[in-house]
Ligand binder design. Structure first.
Ligand SMILES: Nc1ncnc2c1ncn2[C@@H]1O[C@H](COP(=O)(O)OP(=O)(O)OP(=O)(O)O)[C@@H](O)[C@H]1O
Length: 253
């Protein structure tokens, strides 16, 4: 991964990935995948289960190297990554979980606590700073994990199905909350999901993956008006985009 002045906040070109399998031919997971995300853009990567979404994010995060292809991140060249199984440490308070990434980056505990303090209110966690993860609801835990990711103050956020394990009502509440919060902050986000509604309510652009080996088969601009609210779900344009994505995924004829 290199850092330079780029036209895009994040560029991935021709990503190819194979995984070795004992006694069988390698599993071909990514097949020349391209992705371009502008600064301040919310890009959703939508694909069926097993299509290679986590593989893609691991490469974008710099945790894995692609077999071929390249990733470039603008600004400082670094990203903040919230993996799918982003476990909060049960023995740390919400506050101490929130500062974990900063501590790992070398920030002193006191300074890290001061840095994250203003975020608790906005993330609906004010008053729970000294609670332990087991004392939070599922939605609050995901917000705490997201707070920890955002606290890293990196130019690009990578989110791997952050709401996948939540019940439908909590998930919708978090969608509306994130839609508002990210607009206020202007974050650049790549979110992978297999939830079409999630992609449409949140994103500026949706990048549809083919089944494995994955490439981007469609890129759809989501030009629904901002701010996105509960009323957005009722727009005819929302239903039209949902249907278009069902077709792009091959779910409808
Ligand atoms: N390190 C690895 N070694 C071998 N195979 C792997 C490895 N990582 C992923 N795979 C395989 O690559 C394929 C794609 O996995 P990946 O987790 O990227 O898919 P996904 O789209 O994120 O799936 P889901 O939506 O179900 O989480 C799967 O078949 C998986 O078994």
């Amino acid at each position: 991964m290199t850092s330079t002045t780029l036209e895009y906040a994040l560029e991935a070109d021709g990503l190819v990935q194979h995984f070795a399998r004992p006694g069988r031919e390698p599993l071909h997971v990514l097949d020349g995948l391209d992705l371009r995300v502008r600064e301040g853009e919310f890009a959703a990567v939508l694909g069926p289960s097993g299509s290679g979404k986590s593989t893609l994010l691991n490469i974008l995060a710099g945790l894995d190297r692609p077999g071929s292809g390249a990733v470039r991140v603008g600004g400082s060249g670094s990203v903040a990554y919230m993996p799918q199984k982003d476990l909060l440490f049960p023995w740390r308070t919400v506050e101490d979980n929130a500062i974990l990434g900063l501590e790992v980056a070398g920030v002193k505990k006191k300074a890290a606590r001061e840095q994250v303090a203003p975020l608790f209110e906005e993330f609906g966690l004010a008053g729970f700073e000294h609670s332990y993860p087991a004392q939070l609801s599922g939605g609050m835990r995901q917000r705490a994990a997201l707070l920890r990711t955002v606290a890293m103050n990196r130019p690009v956020l990578l989110l791997d199905e952050p709401f996948g394990a939540l019940d439908a009502l909590t998930r919708t509440q978090l969608h509306l909350w994130l839609a508002e919060t990210r607009q206020r902050h202007g974050w650049t986000i790549v979110l992978v999901t297999h939830d079409i509604r999630e992609a449409v309510i949140l994103a500026d652009s949706v990048h549809v993956l083919s089944p494995r080996p994955a490439r981007v088969t469609h890129r759809l601009e989501i030009d629904l008006p901002l701010p996105r609210t509960a009323d957005t779900f009722a727009l005819p344009e929302f239903a039209r985009l949902e249907r278009e994505l069902l077709v792009a995924l091959g779910t409808l004829g």
